[in-house]
Design a protein around this ligand. Structure first.
Ligand code: FES
Length: 155
């Protein structure tokens, strides 16, 4: 190898080092951001739901919409024992968790099993457009509080 070729190779290695350092610095300046789906979603109008439990948003949002004769609420489909996703059993009128057998009523109360608390309800409000806005970042499961307007929309 000639001296000139050796110097070119050295410069190329040095420039490569500078480029990779600049890339690492830029990556440091623009940190990784975790892009998660938004915690709120529009769930349509209350009139879209029949009395009972709707599984319309169960897969996409992990939320059940429950309508009774007084109004509608959104229940977070997460077992309060260890976090599994319960299933709705229409014939038995209850949610049953497949992991350890907890059972919940349609209002979310524990009927059976090891779950220590009722299911959580998500924040819900009616927009001026008439649509429901469900907010999964606000949760409440305690009787007496979960019936407040923040977690229940009268129809
Ligand atoms: S996670 Fe549901 S009963 Fe254990």
């Amino acid at each position: 190898m000639s001296r000139r070729s050796f110097l070119k190779l050295g410069w190329a290695a040095f420039l490569g080092f500078l480029a990779s350092s600049a890339g690492a610095t830029l990556k440091f300046i623009f940190p990784n951001v975790l892009y998660e789906p938004p915690e709120t979603f529009k769930a349509g109008r209350p009139e879209d739901y029949a009395i009972g439990v709707s599984l319309r948003w169960a897969k996409e949002q992990r939320v059940w919409m429950v309508r009774d004769e007084h109004g509608i609420y959104a229940m977070w489909a997460r077992c309060t024992h260890l976090g599994c996703t319960p299933n709705w059993f229409q014939a038995e009128n209850r949610f049953r968790c497949p992991c350890h057998g907890s059972n919940f009523s349609t209002v979310g109360d524990v009927i059976a099993g090891p779950a220590p608390r009722p299911l959580y309800r998500c924040g819900i409000q009616r927009l001026p457009s008439g649509e429901l806005l469900v907010d999964k970042s606000i949760l409440e499961g305690r009787p007496g509080l979960r019936e407040k307007p923040q977690f229940f929309v009268a129809v």
